[in-house]
Structure formats: C-alpha cells, structure tokens
Write a protein that binds this ligand. Structure first.
Ligand code: DI6
Ligand code: FE
Length: 377
C-alpha cells in the first residue's frame, strides 16, 4: 500500500507507480485527481466459460423441487443442453449472449477475462465458440484470453471417451492451434468427465502445438488432478476441493497456481473446501475466479467471488485481492504484462470509492467502482 500514491501512464503502459512525491511531474498531458480513492490493478477473471447460448434456469428450478443433477442429465439436460443450444446459435448470437455477462464483469473493474470453449465439443462448434470469445475483445475495452476446453465432456450421442479424446488431439486441437484461436488448453479430469490418462494425451498434444495447459482438477473427488497438472508444468490447477498434500507439494515445485472457484462450490452446495492451509504452507499462489458458466456457477461478479473466497474458504482480504490481480495474472501466464501496478505493465486500473480495501471483500452485492482504466484509457 502506497499512501498517497500516483500512477502515470504512457502509450497504454504504466510509466510510474509509487509515492506521489516521487512522481516525475513534467509533461503530463492530463492529470486525473482520484480524490484520495484507492487504485488497484484492474481485476483479472482467470477462469470463465462466458461464451455459451441459453441458460439452465429451468434445471435450477427442477433441482429445487427434488430432481437430481443425474436425473436431469439422463433427460438430456445438464451440459448436453448447453451444448445443443450453443451448437444451434449463430456466431453473432453467441457474441450477443455473452456481452451482457462480460459487461457485468467490466462494471466491477475487470480488465482481463479468460474464456473457455467446451460447449461445442466438435471441431466447427469449438472453433465458433473461440472465435466468439476473440470477437468480444473487438467490442469492449478489455483483454480476452482464450482456452480450448474440447475435453470438457463427452459430446451427446457418443459413448467412447478414448475415441473422442483421439479426435480432440488429432483433429480439433490442431485446427484450433492452426487458426490461433487458443492461448492455452484445459481439460476436465473427473469420473464424470475424463481420466488422468486421457488428460495426459490432451496435454501431450497441447505441448506438441506449443500451448500451455491448465486443468479442472479434484473438484468433486480426488483424481490426483493437482499432481497431474503439476507434472505437466500447468499454469494452473483449478477447483481443487479434493486436492491432497502430495498434489499441493507437486504444484509448489512446478510453480502451478491454484485457481479457487467459490461460486461453483456455493451453487453446487459442496461441503469440502479446498485446502487453503496447504496452499499457504507450500507457498502455492492462490487465484480466485467466477467460473461463470450456465451449469455450476451462473456468477458474473468477481467482487462476490472475493467475498465468497473469504466467507466460504477463509481466505484473508490480502489473499482475495491478490487472487483477482497478481495471482490471477500468474494463472494465465501473464505475470509480466498485467496483475500489479509496476512500470512496464499494461495500464489496467480499478479506482474504488472505499475507505479501506477490505470493503471490496466485505460488502455483498455493492459495487464501489469509481473508474476503470484499460490499456491506459
Ligand atoms: N466443472 C464444472 O463445474 C462445470 N464444468 C466443469 O468443468 C460444469 C459445466 C456445466 O454444467 O455446464
Ligand atoms: Fe470451469
């Protein structure tokens, strides 16, 4: 914390950040008085499934009157219903449906958003989702980072997981890489999704195409997903409710960040919290994200995710703020570009009408954003 502080920007980059008295004064074209407010780095939502069509409110209602997730899936609902809607949507429709969700993030000071595919589950529709994600960056002043999640679920109608993984590795991923549509590759490692062996094949294909990897790991059960991600040098392992100390230690050695997703934990009414004490003890950087998706986390507030990180996972205020700035940048492999207020980084700022930064984490459903700066603008 720097009080009183100042930030100077030139050509979209931070030229200076530090005590106001050390600010190199001459030549500023514009001076913005923030009136004593707090400036943080622009917030980074490092794990979302923001681009999809339709929603699952009807399934939410069914679950409230007793239907189980499995009942709904058997009746063609669940991920399959989002896949059907996403496949049917035109590219323009997909963008139009994602924009209000993106805007909800932006008005709370978010300046970078990661967006995954995973509701297309075949070559053309996965590519359509990723192109829609890239298109968002042309329509709003925000950084968009894309992730190919072809290995999210078995597409409706197919039975053979190994055959689908072969298609992901041999057809879909090469096509996505050739078009430059993905900045990273993700997979869902879980009994209801793909095995560690299948995920390892996807990771090998990603490495072949020079793409970094990350993993939905140990969300609903312990599949040694944290260790698997670490062994493949993943940028992050995400969810991690059931990760054990062996996995956490492997993450620490590999420099893999932990992305915690309290929105999914809350919405699914989970009871086992991720091992925050182990992440602290082993020095694993913790990020926080919305996991915005129609099935398990219909959440478009990173401020609320921070509050949930504190109330549900007992993260400290400093951990929550680092989780949506410095460590979220790290989880995206963008530590050199964004996430802190340091000269040379992109000038992404959030300016807050609060007296103390703890208010960002403490309030529920209140938005104290005063102004947002992205790329110096
Ligand atoms: N983990 C989840 O909780 C979601 N995806 C994932 O990999 C579920 C997505 C959905 O139900 O649509
Ligand atoms: Fe997710």
């Amino acid at each position: 914390m720097v009080e009183p502080g100042a930030v100077a920007s030139r050509a979209g980059r931070i030229a200076f950040a530090g005590p106001e008295r050390a600010l190199p004064s001459p030549g500023a074209a514009e001076i913005v008085d923030c009136g004593g407010r707090w400036i943080t780095p622009g917030l980074v939502d490092c794990h979302t499934h923001l681009v999809y069509a339709g929603n699952r409110a009807a399934e939410f209602e069914q679950r409230l009157t007793g239907a189980s997730y499995a009942d709904i899936a058997r009746a063609g609902g669940g991920i399959a219903s989002s896949v059907a809607a996403t496949r049917a949507a035109s590219p323009d429709c997909l963008v139009a449906e994602a924009l209000p969700r993106l805007d909800a993030l932006i008005v709370e000071g978010v300046t970078t958003v990661e967006v995954k595919s995973g509701y297309g589950l075949d070559g053309p529709h996965e590519a359509k989702q990723l192109r829609a994600a890239r298109q968002l960056a042309a329509l709003r002043p925000v950084g968009i980072v894309t992730t190919f999640l072809g290995a999210h679920a078995l597409p409706p109608g197919s039975e053979d997981k190994n055959a689908y993984i072969a298609r992901v590795c041999e057809d879909m991923l090469p096509a996505v890489a050739a078009e430059g549509l993905a900045d990273a590759v993700d997979a869902f490692c879980e009994g209801i999704a793909f095995s560690p062996e299948q995920v390892a094949r996807v990771f090998a294909a990603a490495r072949h195409h020079g793409l970094p990897v990350k993993l939905h790991a140990d969300q609903l059960s312990n599949n040694s997903g944290a260790r698997l991600a670490a062994e493949h040098g993943a940028l992050s392992a995400d969810h991690l409710e059931y990760a054990d100390e062996d996995g956490v230690a492997a993450m620490a050695r590999a420099g893999t960040a932990a992305v915690l997703l309290p929105g999914a934990f809350y919405f699914l009414r989970e009871t086992q919290a991720p091992p925050v004490a182990l992440f602290r003890r082993h020095g694993v950087p913790m990020a926080l994200a919305t996991d915005s998706n129609p099935g398990s986390s219909p959440l478009t507030s990173l401020l609320l995710a921070m509050n949930m990180g504190a109330t549900l996972f007992r993260m400290t205020v400093e951990e929550c703020i680092a989780g949506v700035t410095r460590n979220a940048a790290r989880a995206l492999g963008l530590s050199e570009q964004i996430g802190t207020l340091e000269a040379g980084k992109r000038c992404d700022l959030a300016i807050w009408s609060v007296d103390a930064l703890a208010e960002l984490v403490y309030r529920i459903g209140f938005n104290p954003l005063h102004r947002r700066v992205w790329d110096g603008r």
